[in-house]
Design a protein around this ligand. Structure first.
Ligand SMILES: *[C@@H]1O[C@H](CO)[C@@H](O)[C@H](O)[C@H]1NC(C)=O
Ligand SMILES: *[C@@H]1O[C@H](CO)[C@@H](O)[C@H](O)[C@H]1NC(C)=O
Ligand SMILES: *[C@@H]1O[C@H](CO)[C@@H](O)[C@H](O)[C@H]1NC(C)=O
Length: 212
């Protein structure tokens, strides 16, 4: 299946999504790195920022992407799982960041969440109100982006469009059949073993035949 054909598939998907969402949104996703010179493989990853398996799958995906960056495109979508505390709010922080800055800042924040997930679930937040947890996420995000962004991040959490962007990413995953994280598509096809991390060897097994 070639790349243009996949793009055409996405255009069709947007058209299908159009009547479902009240406002036609921008295409979802955070594109990693530069545009590939010769696009052969599209990897789509659905991650929950507070999911340990998403965290564990990121280093090998990043490594394999960096190795084949000239022929691979990578896009990450947020997919907050309902059974992970604060998955939606941390995902929203990523959408806010992506609007305020650029995707490299978004990935920087995603990695910061991955590295400090324990601050956002279980005992750490069980007795905290939603407002207190949101404030902590604002502080955490401002730490990652720079303190001058603090008030912009805070008001981002008070803006409907960032809420809608995060919901839209979730719905997009639902329409694609995503039911856990991490969840990967390669050239539009879902990889087996959804919900468990794929290691470097596993990625090479998938990509080598496609890259020739
Ligand atoms: C994105 O933001 C980072 C961090 O603020 C900055 O250093 C970088 O130059 C920006 N990159 C682009 C491509 O604008
Ligand atoms: C949460 O609050 C309850 C009731 O005040 C207390 O018994 C419990 O130890 C607290 N848990 C944590 C993890 O702070
Ligand atoms: C959030 O927005 C409402 C109006 O939409 C405004 O009244 C309120 O002051 C805002 N709160 C913060 C913390 O910015």
């Amino acid at each position: 299946m070639n790349f243009k054909f996949i793009c055409l598939g996405f255009v069709t998907l947007w058209c299908l999504l159009w009547p479902i969402v009240s406002q036609p949104p921008m295409p979802d996703g955070f594109w990693y790195g530069e545009e590939a010179a010769e696009e052969k493989v599209l990897i789509e990853a659905f991650f929950d920022p507070v999911c340990p398996d998403s965290r564990d799958s990121w280093p090998s995906l990043k490594q394999v992407f960096q190795e084949f960056a000239s022929r691979v495109r990578l896009v990450v979508h947020t997919f907050p799982l309902p059974y992970h505390d604060n998955a939606f709010a941390t995902s929203r922080a990523l959408h806010i960041t992506n609007k305020l800055k650029n995707t490299s800042a978004t990935y920087h924040l995603l990695e910061a969440f991955f590295n400090h997930q324990e601050q956002f679930y279980g005992k750490a937040t069980i007795n905290k109100s939603r407002a207190v947890v949101t404030e902590h996420i604002v502080e955490f995000t401002a730490n990652a982006l720079g303190s001058s962004y603090h008030s912009a991040i805070k008001s981002g959490f008070n803006e409907t469009n960032t809420d809608l962007a995060t919901r839209y990413a979730f719905k997009y995953g639902c329409i694609r059949g995503v039911y856990g994280t991490p969840f990967f598509f390669v050239n539009g096809f879902p990889l087996p073993d959804a919900g468990s991390p794929l290691d470097y060897k596993g990625w090479r097994k998938v990509l080598d035949p496609l890259l020739g």
